[in-house]
Ligand binder design. Structure first.
Ligand code: ADP
Ligand code: MG
Length: 245
């Protein structure tokens, strides 16, 4: 597939083949292989320290694997620098600029996009609508609630109209009501065409919204299936959904 063909697609499949990464004696990832279809919504579960962030950072290009390869569509991306991968990412410890207004925050990564001012403004409006913050554009980021800030962090990734969106625990540390807000936004995104890869501790909600899910333990994929299949799985119920055996 040529680059031009990639540009015409709204989402891309992700192929991960035999990925390994170690830090000293610790295997953060050990022979991980995943096949994600274009437009799929994937949830990744796993205990703390199991390698979830390392996997996302490797897909995004911020961590280079010791072994294995990453494909977006037919194109190998293993060595491609992050800014050339065309994906959107919301990091585990997101940061938005507190003294900048919401529009400025959302537009921050678009300075070199080559879009005209009119087109950029139109995109900002569209993105504000997507995260349900119409009317908040001129508000300073430090006047927002935690959930609103997290949605601005999401908007920063969405404005690039990425074909692949990676989210690392977007609801971490947020109050229950706010988590509901975040998942409402994620549900709306699922119906969009983007390929989404979500790392979440909130297993029930994350599996309910997902087409498919994986479990990562000690750097290895130990379970995979449809969202419903994983919700019904006994081990998942005990480990992640708080059910007694
Ligand atoms: P998770 O996101 O599932 O909590 P991580 O991917 O952050 O897990 O970490 C997986 C393992 O790799 C952990 O044991 C962690 O301590 C280790 N690790 C991650 N990043 C680094 C790093 N930059 N240097 C050394 N060890 C790391
Ligand atoms: Mg992590």
């Amino acid at each position: 597939m040529s680059n031009t063909e990639h540009e015409n697609q709204k989402s891309l499949p992700i192929g991960i083949k035999n990925l390994s990464k170690s830090y000293g004696d610790v295997y953060a990832l050990e022979d991980v292989s995943l096949d994600i279809k274009a437009g799929e919504f994937i949830t990744l579960l796993g205990p703390s320290g199991s390698g979830k962030t390392t996997l996302l950072m490797t897909i995004a290009g911020f961590v280079s694997p010791d072994q294995g390869s990453i494909y977006f569509g037919q194109q190998e991306m293993t060595m491609t620098p992050p800014h050339m991968r065309g994906l959107g990412m919301v990091f585990q410890n997101y940061a938005i600029f507190p003294h900048m207004d919401v529009r400025g925050n959302i537009a921050f990564g678009m300075r070199k996009s080559g879009l005209s001012k009119t087109e950029l403004n139109r995109r900002i409006d569209e993105t504000l609508e997507l995260i349900k913050l119409q009317g908040y554009g001129k508000r300073s980021a430090d006047e927002l609630s935690g959930g609103q800030r997290q949605r601005v962090a999401l908007a920063r990734a969405l404005i690039k109209q990425p074909k692949v969106l990676l989210l690392d625990e977007p609801s971490l540390g947020l109050a229950p009501m706010v988590v509901t807000e975040i998942f409402r936004t994620l549900r709306a995104l699922r119906d969009d065409e983007t390929t989404i890869f979500l790392v979440e501790q909130n297993a029930r909600r994350a599996l309910q919204v997902a087409d498919r899910g994986y479990v990562l333990e000690r750097g290895q994929i130990t379970l995979e299936g449809t969202g419903q299949h994983l919700l019904d799985d006994e081990k998942i119920q005990q480990t992640y959904l708080g059910k007694r055996a």
